[in-house]
Write a protein that binds this ligand. Structure first.
Ligand code: TRP
Length: 353
């Protein structure tokens, strides 16, 4: 009788919390630059904004990951807030989604430790991103933190029992490791983690470097003029687009092989304006590159300008921004602590009294 009485409200509670019927989603971004660029925005962020409607979304700014390579403390603080401001400005709604900073939720580091202990040394050594990054740093200066980076990422994910993890193609191997660790833990200690699914964002928007249009737009670009940053002012955007590399043949058409610069400009236009490439080609037939660049710049400025202005507004009130992040962390901790408590119990840790 007592049991039945207890069970009913519990059942009701869990039904209520599932009434939204939404599965969990988690993704993370590094606070390692002072501005996102157009490739980040069109390639990932736009998708995150649209996915927050269909999922119960957790978006984490991964400052613990950032310090796997040297960071200037003051810059890290600024970039963490700037990253948050840009995500909110671009449409991540801190009421619907949990937008939070990784170091505000200690369970990330705590679960990472447990997962470190079920990951093979050889298994971690096979991560190609570690191999690339440590080669660049030189094996003496590459940190142990960089080595276990993917295991911390697995902890980020598994704490939230997400069904979907939207990531770029470069994160596929880290997602595979995450799934292997989830399965291993579940098999050894009993069902604990939901099996996460990588949701590899399709390259609908191909955005390339304006100065080097066969390379993807990336923050490690050689020439800063190759990137349009979300935080750039209008005249900077105009200048960068006007000086984009094109070619000597003057026709305006999509031909990635022979005309990567022009194709990139058309693609940027199309992915923001929604106008089809065919229609753009028709409309610009016979026009000069100057005309194309002018219109692309206008389209980009119209899209990026309001995001930049809103992000700057948010940055001008860091207390308000920190409050938004605090409420995101609170939402996140509720879920994360629950998973961590299960994990600690399953591996045989006694409860602290
Ligand atoms: N490694 C990811 C990147 O560089 C960032 C990241 C950290 C992440 N934790 C995550 C992405 C969890 C998805 C899920 O892009």
């Amino acid at each position: 009788m007592t049991l039945a009485l207890l069970t009913i409200p519990l059942l009701l509670l869990s039904t209520l919390s599932n009434m939204t019927g939404k599965a969990n989603l988690l993704s993370g971004m590094q606070p390692s630059a002072s501005s996102l660029h157009l490739g980040n925005y069109l390639g990932a962020l736009v998708n995150w904004v649209s996915m927050q409607r269909d999922f119960n979304a957790f978006y984490v700014i991964v400052d613990l990951h950032a310090i796997t390579v040297p960071q200037d403390p003051q810059e890290l603080r600024t970039n963490t807030r700037r990253t948050a401001a840009q995500y909110i400005a671009a449409g991540i709604n801190p009421q619907d989604s949990a937008l939070f900073v990784q170091s505000h939720v200690p369970a990330h580091a705590e679960l990472a430790w447990v997962l470190n202990c079920i990951t093979g040394f050889g298994e971690a050594s096979r991560m190609t991103q570690f191999k690339d990054k440590s080669q660049k740093a030189g094996s003496d200066s590459a940190s142990v933190g960089l080595f276990t980076y993917p295991i911390l990422q697995a902890a980020d994910i598994l704490l939230y029992q997400p069904k979907a993890v939207p990531v770029g193609e470069d994160q596929r191997q880290h997602l595979e490791l995450t799934r292997d660790l989830a399965e291993r833990f579940n098999t050894r200690f009993g069902q604990t983690f939901t099996m996460p699914e990588a949701h590899v964002l399709k390259e609908t928007a191909k955005i390339y470097d304006l100065q080097n249009p066969t390379a993807k737009m990336s923050k490690s670009a050689q020439d800063p003029k190759g990137l349009v940053n979300l935080m750039d002012d209008d005249s900077t955007i105009m200048k960068k687009i006007k000086s984009a590399v094109t070619d000597t043949d003057s026709s305006i058409r999509v031909d990635w092989e022979n005309k990567p610069g022009v194709s990139n400009l058309l693609s940027i236009h199309s992915s923001i304006s929604g106008e089809s490439l065919v229609s753009l080609e028709e409309r610009f037939a016979g026009a000069g590159y100057g005309v194309l660049k002018g219109e692309v710049a206008d389209v980009v400025i119209n899209a990026v300008g309001p995001i930049r202005d809103r992000a700057n507004d948010l940055m001008s009130d860091p207390t308000e921004l920190d409050n938004l992040l605090a409420s995101g962390a609170e939402k996140a901790r509720k879920v994360a602590e629950d998973t961590l408590a299960k994990v600690y119990d399953r591996v045989g840790f006694i409860k602290a009294n």
